[in-house]
Design a protein around this ligand. Sequence first.
Ligand SMILES: [Zn+2]
Length: 516
Amino acid sequence: MSINAKACSCFASAVMVMSAFAGNEANPDALELAPLPMPVEFKSDMDRPVPFDSSATVTVQCPDKDAAGWLSRHFAEWYGKDAPKVAAGGADAISASLPEGDEAYAVSADASGVKIAARSLKGVRWAAYSLRQLAVAKRGTFKLEGRILPTLSISDKPHLAFRAVHLCWLPEVRPQQMERAIRLAALLKFNYAIIEPWGMYASEKHPWWHWPNPTMTKDLIHRLVALGRDLGITLIPQINAYGHASASRSCTIKHVALDFSPEHEPLFEPGGWNWCLSNPEAQRVLRELIAEIHEDFGNPPYFHLGCDEAQPPTCPECRKAPYGELVCKHISGLAEFVKSRGARAMMWHDMLLERGDPRWEGFVHCGSKTTATLADTLPKDVIICDWQYSYKDMKEVRKEWPTMGYFKEKGFDVACCPWRNFDTMKPMADYVAKIGGFGFIETTWNRLRGKDWASMYRYACSAAWGTPVRGRSATPVTDSEFANAFRAVGHDMKTTDYIDAGHLNYQLPPSWWIDN
Ligand SMILES: [Zn+2]
C-alpha cells in the first residue's frame, strides 16, 4: 500500500507541522504509532514494515565522531543480540531534509535501510529515541526475534532550546521513581531536569539540613548526573534560598531543620518558613550548600534558587531595613555566588509580582509592593521561572501571558512553567517562543504518579518541542505510545519489583484489604 498522505485534523496548529499516516483500506480501524513528542514532519506506513534487527544497518551522518559509537552502544543496551549494526556516513540522501539547528535530525526507514542525519550527538540521540519509540516486535513468534519499523521519514527540531522537567525528591518518592522520571524525560527529548531535594540531600557540610536516612546520596547523584549526561539531559540542583526553607509542605508543619535540630533556629524566621535574610550565617550556610550540591551535580550551567511563596518577615533584625532591599541583597548575593561558580541563577517569579496589582489578576502573584521592586533591582542575568497554573480554570487556553511578557520587557530571560493545566502548555510555550523567551519547565510537584504523570509528560514534551499533543486527551493509541516509552525505561533500569511497574505503586490501595 502506498503512502497516502492523510493529514490528521488534530495537528492543525500555528506551528508548521506536517504529519501523515498511511491510509489502510484493508482495515480502516488500524492506526499508526507516533513518537513523543510528535515530530515536526512525520510520515509513517506500518503496512510496509522494514527490519530493525541484527540484519539491518543504521547509517548515521554526523560531524561528531562519537555519534556512531554512542548509537552502537545504546542499540546494544536496548536490543541485545537483535541490535542493528551502525555505520558512520552514508546518509547524504536525507541530509537535505535536515532542518536548521544543532538539535535537528532527519530519519528515513525503507527497503534500502535506516538512515539518520544530524549536526550533533544531540540530534542523533533524538533520532534514536524516536526510532526506539516506534520499533515493535517482529510479528508471529512466541519469543522476540528482532524488531520492525514502519516505512517512515522524519524531519524534526525543537522550537525551544531549554526544555526541562522540575522533579521533587520528596521523602515519599523512591530513588527508583526519580531515576525513571529522569530517564523518561530524556526519552521524550527534555534536555534538563531541575531536582529539588526536599530534605533528602545528604549534605556532609550541613547534615542537620536533611531528614534522617536521606536517599539523595552523593553516590546516587553522581550516577544520575553521569547517566543524564550520556542520555542528553543535564541535571540542575535547587536550593530554596528564601521561602520554603522548611523543605517540607507547609500544610504538614514538618521542618527539615527545626524539628530535629532546633539549635539552628536563628537561621530561620520565627515559624521557619523563610530563611532569616538579615542573618549573615544564613547567607553563609546557603552558599556552602549551593557549592556542595552544585559540585555534586558536576557544576552544571544553571542553579535554581527557588524563592517562591515567601512570607513577610517578623524577626526584629529583618524589620530594621526596607524589605525589598533586604531581599534583593540576599538573592543578588547568592546569584553572584552562583555566577562565580560559572552558572546562571534561576528563581521562581511570584515574589516579583505585587498581590494587589490589577495587571496580574488571574495570574500567580505572591509578592508585596516592596518585593515587587526586585523586578527592577535584581541582576538581569537571573532567569525568571514564571509558574502559571491556571488555578481557577485548568482548561484555559489563553494565548497571551502578560507576566512573562513583563519580565521579558524588564530585561530578564523568562521560562514558562505549567503544572497540570495541560491545555495551556502549548500556547504558553508558543508565547515564550514568540517573545524570544528562555524555555519551558514542566513542574510536577507531588503529582509524579498515575495519570497526572502521563499527562504532564505527554503534553509538556509536545509543548516544549513545539508540536501539538496527539489527541486532546488520552486515547488508547496515545496511551500505548506513553506506555511503550515508560516500559522501555523500566527495561533499561532492569526493574523486577511489582511496585516499580507502571506509574502507580499499586493498582488498588493496600488499605482496601485491611478489615477495619
Ligand atoms: Zn530575620
